[in-house]
Design a protein around this ligand. Sequence first.
Ligand code: HEM
Ligand code: HEM
Length: 180
Amino acid sequence: MATIANTQAIVRYNAVARALHATIAALVVFNLVSGIGGEAIENFWNPYPLHKGTGMVILVLSLARIGWRFTWTTPEWPTTMGRLQRLTAKGTHATLYVLMLVLPVTGWIMSSANSKYPISIWGLFEWPKLAVAKGSALAEVSHEGHEVLGFLMAGLVVLHIVAALHHHFIIKDNILRRMF
Ligand code: HEM
Ligand code: HEM
Protein backbone atom coordinates (compact mmCIF):
# COMPACT_ATOMS: atom_id res chain seq x y z
CA MET A 1 0.00 0.00 0.00
CA ALA A 2 1.35 3.45 -0.87
CA THR A 3 2.04 5.65 2.15
CA ILE A 4 2.44 9.41 2.34
CA ALA A 5 6.15 8.78 3.08
CA ASN A 6 6.90 7.04 -0.19
CA THR A 7 4.67 9.05 -2.50
CA GLN A 8 6.20 12.47 -1.70
CA ALA A 9 9.79 13.55 -2.39
CA ILE A 10 11.54 14.48 0.86
CA VAL A 11 12.64 18.08 1.24
CA ARG A 12 14.93 17.94 4.25
CA TYR A 13 16.09 20.60 6.65
CA ASN A 14 19.57 21.80 5.64
CA ALA A 15 22.62 19.89 6.94
CA VAL A 16 23.69 22.57 9.46
CA ALA A 17 20.16 22.74 10.92
CA ARG A 18 20.04 18.93 11.23
CA ALA A 19 23.48 18.72 12.83
CA LEU A 20 22.66 21.47 15.34
CA HIS A 21 19.26 19.94 16.12
CA ALA A 22 20.75 16.48 16.83
CA THR A 23 23.66 17.81 18.90
CA ILE A 24 21.54 20.18 20.99
CA ALA A 25 18.82 17.52 21.42
CA ALA A 26 21.34 15.04 22.87
CA LEU A 27 22.83 17.66 25.21
CA VAL A 28 19.41 18.92 26.36
CA VAL A 29 18.20 15.39 27.10
CA PHE A 30 21.38 14.80 29.15
CA ASN A 31 20.81 18.04 31.08
CA LEU A 32 17.15 17.29 31.78
CA VAL A 33 17.96 13.80 33.06
CA SER A 34 21.02 14.89 35.07
CA GLY A 35 19.16 17.94 36.45
CA ILE A 36 16.09 16.01 37.56
CA GLY A 37 17.89 12.81 38.61
CA GLY A 38 21.08 14.46 39.90
CA GLU A 39 20.23 14.44 43.60
CA ALA A 40 19.27 10.74 43.52
CA ILE A 41 22.69 9.68 42.21
CA GLU A 42 24.84 12.36 43.88
CA ASN A 43 26.33 9.84 46.36
CA PHE A 44 27.72 7.70 43.54
CA TRP A 45 28.55 10.45 41.05
CA ASN A 46 27.92 14.17 41.15
CA PRO A 47 26.62 15.12 37.67
CA TYR A 48 26.33 18.88 38.33
CA PRO A 49 29.83 19.98 37.15
CA LEU A 50 29.11 18.26 33.80
CA HIS A 51 25.50 19.55 33.86
CA LYS A 52 26.74 23.14 34.25
CA GLY A 53 29.42 22.93 31.54
CA THR A 54 27.03 21.19 29.15
CA GLY A 55 24.37 23.85 29.84
CA MET A 56 26.77 26.63 28.83
CA VAL A 57 27.68 24.73 25.65
CA ILE A 58 23.91 24.48 24.91
CA LEU A 59 23.64 28.27 25.27
CA VAL A 60 26.43 28.92 22.75
CA LEU A 61 25.13 26.33 20.25
CA SER A 62 21.54 27.63 20.62
CA LEU A 63 22.61 31.21 19.87
CA ALA A 64 24.38 29.92 16.74
CA ARG A 65 21.33 27.85 15.83
CA ILE A 66 18.86 30.72 16.23
CA GLY A 67 21.15 33.03 14.22
CA TRP A 68 21.35 30.40 11.47
CA ARG A 69 17.56 29.90 11.62
CA PHE A 70 16.98 33.47 10.38
CA THR A 71 18.84 32.72 7.14
CA TRP A 72 16.43 30.07 5.74
CA THR A 73 12.78 29.01 5.81
CA THR A 74 11.50 25.58 6.86
CA PRO A 75 10.31 23.05 4.31
CA GLU A 76 6.51 23.05 3.83
CA TRP A 77 4.48 20.85 6.14
CA PRO A 78 2.40 18.11 4.51
CA THR A 79 -1.16 19.18 3.57
CA THR A 80 -2.45 16.42 5.87
CA MET A 81 -1.54 18.63 8.87
CA GLY A 82 -4.52 20.62 10.10
CA ARG A 83 -4.62 24.13 11.58
CA LEU A 84 -4.52 23.00 15.22
CA GLN A 85 -1.62 20.63 14.59
CA ARG A 86 0.36 23.39 12.86
CA LEU A 87 -0.34 25.83 15.70
CA THR A 88 0.71 23.26 18.33
CA ALA A 89 3.92 22.44 16.44
CA LYS A 90 4.79 26.13 15.96
CA GLY A 91 4.06 26.93 19.61
CA THR A 92 6.11 23.99 20.88
CA HIS A 93 9.08 24.82 18.65
CA ALA A 94 9.04 28.52 19.58
CA THR A 95 8.82 27.69 23.31
CA LEU A 96 11.68 25.18 22.97
CA TYR A 97 13.85 27.87 21.34
CA VAL A 98 13.08 30.27 24.23
CA LEU A 99 13.82 27.59 26.86
CA MET A 100 17.11 26.68 25.13
CA LEU A 101 18.24 30.20 26.11
CA VAL A 102 16.38 30.78 29.40
CA LEU A 103 17.42 27.49 31.08
CA PRO A 104 21.17 28.04 30.61
CA VAL A 105 20.93 31.74 31.58
CA THR A 106 18.98 31.07 34.81
CA GLY A 107 21.43 28.23 35.64
CA TRP A 108 24.38 30.55 34.97
CA ILE A 109 22.91 33.28 37.21
CA MET A 110 22.09 30.96 40.13
CA SER A 111 25.43 29.15 39.97
CA SER A 112 27.30 32.46 39.83
CA ALA A 113 25.47 33.60 42.97
CA ASN A 114 25.22 30.40 45.00
CA SER A 115 28.16 28.12 44.20
CA LYS A 116 31.77 28.38 45.30
CA TYR A 117 32.78 25.91 42.59
CA PRO A 118 33.85 27.06 39.11
CA ILE A 119 31.74 26.48 36.00
CA SER A 120 34.06 24.23 34.02
CA ILE A 121 33.50 23.58 30.32
CA TRP A 122 34.18 19.84 30.26
CA GLY A 123 37.51 20.32 32.09
CA LEU A 124 38.89 22.42 29.22
CA PHE A 125 38.52 25.96 30.60
CA GLU A 126 36.59 27.97 33.16
CA TRP A 127 33.42 29.83 32.14
CA PRO A 128 33.23 33.34 33.70
CA LYS A 129 30.72 33.97 36.47
CA LEU A 130 28.24 36.85 36.61
CA ALA A 131 28.35 39.45 39.39
CA VAL A 132 25.14 38.38 41.18
CA ALA A 133 24.90 38.49 44.99
CA LYS A 134 23.88 35.37 46.91
CA GLY A 135 20.34 35.76 48.28
CA SER A 136 19.51 38.59 45.84
CA ALA A 137 16.06 38.66 44.17
CA LEU A 138 17.66 37.86 40.80
CA ALA A 139 19.43 34.78 42.21
CA GLU A 140 16.22 33.56 43.89
CA VAL A 141 14.02 34.10 40.82
CA SER A 142 16.61 32.36 38.63
CA HIS A 143 16.73 29.36 40.95
CA GLU A 144 12.92 29.06 41.03
CA GLY A 145 12.72 29.69 37.29
CA HIS A 146 15.36 27.06 36.52
CA GLU A 147 13.38 24.45 38.40
CA VAL A 148 9.87 25.28 37.12
CA LEU A 149 10.95 25.90 33.51
CA GLY A 150 13.18 22.80 33.62
CA PHE A 151 10.11 20.66 34.29
CA LEU A 152 8.14 22.54 31.61
CA MET A 153 10.96 21.84 29.14
CA ALA A 154 11.01 18.14 30.07
CA GLY A 155 7.26 17.95 29.37
CA LEU A 156 7.56 19.76 26.02
CA VAL A 157 10.49 17.57 24.93
CA VAL A 158 8.44 14.44 25.68
CA LEU A 159 5.48 15.89 23.74
CA HIS A 160 7.83 16.83 20.87
CA ILE A 161 9.40 13.36 20.68
CA VAL A 162 6.01 11.61 20.92
CA ALA A 163 4.70 13.88 18.12
CA ALA A 164 7.73 13.06 15.92
CA LEU A 165 7.24 9.32 16.47
CA HIS A 166 3.49 9.66 15.86
CA HIS A 167 4.21 11.32 12.49
CA HIS A 168 6.66 8.56 11.58
CA PHE A 169 4.90 5.41 12.72
CA ILE A 170 1.18 6.29 12.75
CA ILE A 171 0.63 9.05 10.17
CA LYS A 172 3.59 7.78 8.12
CA ASP A 173 4.59 11.17 6.66
CA ASN A 174 8.15 12.55 6.18
CA ILE A 175 8.37 14.85 9.21
CA LEU A 176 10.89 12.75 11.16
CA ARG A 177 13.05 11.82 8.19
CA ARG A 178 13.56 15.40 7.08
CA MET A 179 15.14 16.41 10.42
CA PHE A 180 17.61 13.44 10.66
C1 HEM B 1 19.46 23.76 28.62
C2 HEM B 1 20.23 23.72 29.69
C3 HEM B 1 19.77 23.23 31.02
C4 HEM B 1 18.72 22.42 31.35
C5 HEM B 1 17.69 21.79 30.42
C6 HEM B 1 18.73 22.28 32.80
C7 HEM B 1 17.79 21.56 33.52
C8 HEM B 1 17.79 21.41 34.89
C9 HEM B 1 16.78 20.73 35.64
C10 HEM B 1 15.51 20.11 35.04
C11 HEM B 1 17.14 20.77 36.95
C12 HEM B 1 16.37 20.16 38.15
C13 HEM B 1 15.57 21.22 38.83
C14 HEM B 1 15.28 20.89 40.25
O1 HEM B 1 14.82 19.78 40.51
O2 HEM B 1 15.59 21.73 41.10
C15 HEM B 1 18.40 21.46 37.04
C16 HEM B 1 19.11 21.69 38.21
C17 HEM B 1 20.29 22.41 38.28
N1 HEM B 1 20.92 23.06 37.23
FE1 HEM B 1 20.35 23.02 35.30
N2 HEM B 1 19.79 22.99 33.31
C18 HEM B 1 20.45 23.59 32.28
C19 HEM B 1 21.55 24.42 32.36
C20 HEM B 1 22.23 24.71 33.54
C21 HEM B 1 23.39 25.60 33.64
C22 HEM B 1 24.02 26.35 32.47
C23 HEM B 1 23.76 25.61 34.96
C24 HEM B 1 24.87 26.37 35.63
C25 HEM B 1 25.89 26.95 35.03
C26 HEM B 1 22.85 24.73 35.68
C27 HEM B 1 22.92 24.47 37.04
C28 HEM B 1 22.04 23.68 37.73
C29 HEM B 1 22.16 23.40 39.17
C30 HEM B 1 23.27 23.91 40.10
C31 HEM B 1 21.05 22.61 39.50
C32 HEM B 1 20.67 22.08 40.89
C33 HEM B 1 19.71 23.07 41.51
C34 HEM B 1 19.30 22.74 42.90
O3 HEM B 1 19.94 21.94 43.54
O4 HEM B 1 18.33 23.34 43.34
N3 HEM B 1 21.92 24.21 34.78
N4 HEM B 1 18.76 21.87 35.76
C1 HEM C 1 15.60 13.22 20.56
C2 HEM C 1 14.42 13.25 20.05
C3 HEM C 1 13.94 14.30 19.08
C4 HEM C 1 13.31 14.04 17.91
C5 HEM C 1 12.96 12.66 17.37
C6 HEM C 1 13.02 15.31 17.28
C7 HEM C 1 12.40 15.47 16.06
C8 HEM C 1 12.18 16.66 15.41
C9 HEM C 1 11.61 16.79 14.10
C10 HEM C 1 11.15 15.64 13.22
C11 HEM C 1 11.55 18.11 13.80
C12 HEM C 1 10.99 18.74 12.52
C13 HEM C 1 9.57 19.13 12.77
C14 HEM C 1 8.94 19.78 11.60
O1 HEM C 1 9.50 19.86 10.53
O2 HEM C 1 7.82 20.24 11.77
C15 HEM C 1 12.07 18.84 14.94
C16 HEM C 1 12.14 20.21 15.02
C17 HEM C 1 12.58 20.89 16.12
N1 HEM C 1 13.11 20.32 17.28
FE1 HEM C 1 13.29 18.33 17.66
N2 HEM C 1 13.46 16.34 18.08
C18 HEM C 1 14.04 15.76 19.20
C19 HEM C 1 14.57 16.44 20.25
C20 HEM C 1 14.55 17.81 20.41
C21 HEM C 1 14.97 18.50 21.60
C22 HEM C 1 15.52 17.87 22.89
C23 HEM C 1 14.78 19.82 21.37
C24 HEM C 1 15.00 20.96 22.34
C25 HEM C 1 16.06 21.56 22.44
C26 HEM C 1 14.26 19.99 20.02
C27 HEM C 1 13.95 21.17 19.41
C28 HEM C 1 13.40 21.34 18.15
C29 HEM C 1 13.05 22.61 17.55
C30 HEM C 1 13.19 23.98 18.19
C31 HEM C 1 12.53 22.32 16.28
C32 HEM C 1 11.99 23.33 15.25
C33 HEM C 1 12.96 23.51 14.12
C34 HEM C 1 12.53 24.64 13.22
O3 HEM C 1 11.64 24.43 12.40
O4 HEM C 1 13.05 25.73 13.41
N3 HEM C 1 14.12 18.73 19.46
N4 HEM C 1 12.44 17.92 15.90
